[in-house]
Design a protein around this ligand. Structure first.
Ligand code: ADP
Ligand code: MG
Length: 276
């Protein structure tokens, strides 16, 4: 990697938006791979029973594989389920299996049901620069566990009609979790995804999001790109599938922006909107 500044402590980023199909998983895996290619040590925690992040990273997650379910429900140490991601040095994944679909219900009756992921992360001793948590498209106990475990929320927003609709509920949940369970929690990052700069709608939505959130919105946006959508079926991120594509370059740039912001360095505007 090109050696971006590393955070002094592990940054735990919760990738959340209760809408499905807005690019949570795509953003999680491609940012994680980008950060690792920049030289960071990164863990992806797949918290969606669909296991799409595990699939996209080429990590085994059939029903028998030890998974994040075992960590949350059976208190298995995270170190016993984490797998290295093939082909990307410094990138690791805590996979999700189909068991996780039941966890939302099973967690209800467990002690400290909201903080089980936080505890598992605190007990994990491997040095990491980033943990990215891919949330399911809901605001149940799995997402609450992520919000309790992390300090930063990253919200991918798809530049389409109703982009901001429903975000109110996520933001209220962030406030609730901050008030009761995790005083450090804040929305640190908004990323515009599937951005098509040729349409007026996309640029209107982008303006609206920037007016609403201000500095949290990354200057880099992610273009709609066929290469991004093809990569998961090869068990790869776009960073290894097609490193020169606009999708790969934009995620690489978004990762750089996130890393620089984390150490308080102002991002150079001239580099924004790669491929957008
Ligand atoms: P979520 O995790 O929020 O449900 P995904 O990351 O799975 O959303 O993305 C939904 C769909 O959109 C997937 O098929 C994915 O491949 C596709 N997709 C995501 N980002 C892009 C992009 N920038 N360009 C083209 N397709 C994309
Ligand atoms: Mg997903």
């Amino acid at each position: 990697g090109e050696g971006l500044p590393r955070p002094d402590q592990t940054r735990v980023m919760v990738v959340a938006n209760q809408k499905g199909g807005v690019g949570k998983t795509t953003t999680t895996v491609n940012l994680a791979a980008s950060l690792a290619l920049h030289g960071a040590r990164v863990l992806v925690i797949d918290l969606d029973p669909q296991g799409n992040a595990s699939t996209a990273l080429g990590v085994d997650h059939h029903a028998e594989v030890p998974s994040i379910y075992d960590v949350l429900v059976e208190s298995k140490p995270l170190s016993e389920i984490v797998q290295p991601v093939p082909d990307v040095e410094g990138l690791f994944c805590a996979p999700a299996t189909i068991d996780l679909a039941g966890a939302e219900i099973e967690l209800v009756s467990l002690v400290a049901r909201e903080s089980r992921l936080q505890r598992a992360i605190q007990a994990y001793e491997q040095p990491l620069d980033y943990i990215l948590i891919d949330c399911p498209p809901s605001l149940g106990l799995l997402t609450v566990n992520a919000l309790v475990a992390g300090a930063e929320v990253l919200i991918p927003i798809q530049c389409e009609y109703y982009a901001l609709e429903g975000l109110g509920q996520l933001l209220r949940n962030v406030d609730l979790v901050r008030g009761h369970l995790n005083p450090l929690l804040h929305v640190s990052t908004i990323l515009l995804t599937m951005y098509d700069g040729r349409t007026r709608l996309a640029s209107q939505v982008a303006d609206e999001v920037r007016n609403h959130f201000g500095d949290e919105v990354l200057r880099t946006s992610i273009p709609r790109s066929v290469r991004i959508s093809e990569a998961p079926s090869y068990g790869q991120t776009v960073l290894t599938y097609d490193p020169g594509s606009s999708g790969a370059l934009s995620y690489f740039e978004a990762a750089r922006e996130i890393a620089l912001r984390g150490v308080g360095v102002r991002y150079d505007v001239q580099h924004a909107h790669v491929g957008g």
